[in-house]
Design a protein around this ligand. Structure first.
Ligand code: PLP
Length: 381
């Protein structure tokens, strides 16, 4: 008799996912070990080339993580001290941290309450003669309004760096129906392959994408100490290479990325159906100009004690997370004169009312039912 083993519910279940591709992953890892080509081995080039094909982009530059990718993008674009960079106030800290780390000025812009993405109507107000770039973040798996951002960038001669850490594989759909992959529309795109990301490595990893040959050449030098050829340093660089073992794992997982996105969408549809008629719960809004890859499934609550809901879910062994609890403009590390005194009512409201439920590739109906029943039980009590 077979006994069904009930696994603990996780925000992201990487073990169950691994079990299904174990043979392929294990042999890919073993191949790298047996070759001893741990740094810049053939697996890195192979993954790079597979990802270029998948994204239909000329250049993928693998690197060590998504934070480095942002930093390298700004270095390659030649941004310099005091330049202003516009980005969303509601994002993971890395987007803003890298701007500030390079001595640039992060200018934080309000987000849209429906999509959680940068509010394009607010971008123009934040542009000054010192503005050099915009970093839209495709938050939670859905693209920011790239068409509008592109036309603003053109008007004011600004660079666009797409932070695609949470949206790899999502399609941006232009008004003429043309689709392009997130991260391949601006001057340069960056991503993270952090293990819990939609395309996750088994450690830290990241990449940059661009169709610009010169920019790609510069990024390739920067990731490897600024070298053009070994021991010839053309530009200031860093050590941010992608490990061959991680590349070999990512090469296997890339084959499943669309299938993984479909599984995430199936779970999102289940959640939507369960919550869509509940007045106190706002389900994630889909925009017409993007597909959604549901890196997170995030509800916006009204009239619900979020902390008590979290406790209630925890009592039923259901994890939930708050992405993000504090707006970046009020974090001591990122306060500056550009954001001082500005009001961000939408971001502030989101920070007190959002909650993300388990979202991954391995959720089954029984688990989804348990999660949705438990949320509704609390909300309706
Ligand atoms: C929006 C965003 N940008 C950047 C990063 C940084 O990526 P990494 O953790 O690989 O450095 C993350 C990762 O969590 C992210 O969510």
């Amino acid at each position: 008799m077979s006994v069904k083993i009930h696994r603990k519910i996780e925000m992201v279940d990487l073990v169950s996912q691994y079990e299904k591709i174990k043979t392929e992953i294990d042999s890919a890892v073993q191949e790298v070990i047996l070759s001893s080509r741990f740094i810049n081995g053939p697996a890195v080039k192979e993954f790079q080339s597979d990802l270029e094909k998948y994204l239909s982009v000329k250049h993928v530059i693998p690197c060590a993580n998504g934070t480095d990718a942002l930093q390298i993008a700004m270095m390659a674009l030649g941004l310099s001290q005091g330049d202003e960079v516009i980005t969303a106030n509601f994002t993971f800290a890395a987007t803003v941290e890298t701007i500030a780390f390079l001595g640039l000025v992060p200018v934080l812009v309000e987000v849209d309450a429906d999509t959680f993405n940068i509010d394009v109507k607010e971008i123009e107000k934040a542009i000054t003669p010192k503005t050099k770039a915009i970093i839209p973040v495709h938050l939670f798996g859905q693209c920011a309004d790239m068409e509008e951002i592109h036309s603003l960038a053109k008007k004011y001669k600004l660079y666009v760096i797409e932070d695609t850490a949470q949206a790899i594989g999502a399609d941006y759909i232009f008004s003429d129906g043309i689709r392009k992959k997130a991260g391949t529309i601006g001057n340069i795109g960056t991503t993270s392959f952090f293990p819990s990301k939609n395309l996750g490595a088994y450690g830290d990893a990241g990449a940059l994408f661009t169709n610009d040959d010169e920019l790609a050449k510069k990024c390739r030098m920067i990731v490897n100490h600024g070298q053009s050829t070994q021991y010839y340093y053309e530009v200031l660089g860093v050590n941010s290479r992608l490990d061959s073992i991680q590349a070999a794992i990512l090469k296997v997982k890339l084959k499943y990325l669309d299938k993984y996105a479909a599984a995430r969408n199936k779970s999102a549809a289940y959640y939507d159906k369960a919550f869509s008629r509940e007045a106190k719960i706002k389900i994630p809004v889909r925009t017409k100009n993007s597909s959604h890859v549901f890196h997170q499934y995030t509800l916006t609550l009204s009239g619900v004690d979020r902390n008590k809901l979290k406790e209630h879910l925890a009592s039923k062994e259901i994890p939930a997370m708050i992405y993000y609890p504090v707006p970046l403009h009020s974090q001591p590390a990122y306060r500056n004169q550009m954001n001082e005194g500005k009001k961000y009512p939408v971001t502030e409201k989101l920070c007190t009312s959002v909650i993300s439920l388990p979202m991954h590739t391995e959720l089954d109906e029984e688990t989804l039912k348990h999660i949705t029943d438990s949320v509704l039980e609390f909300v309706n009590k």
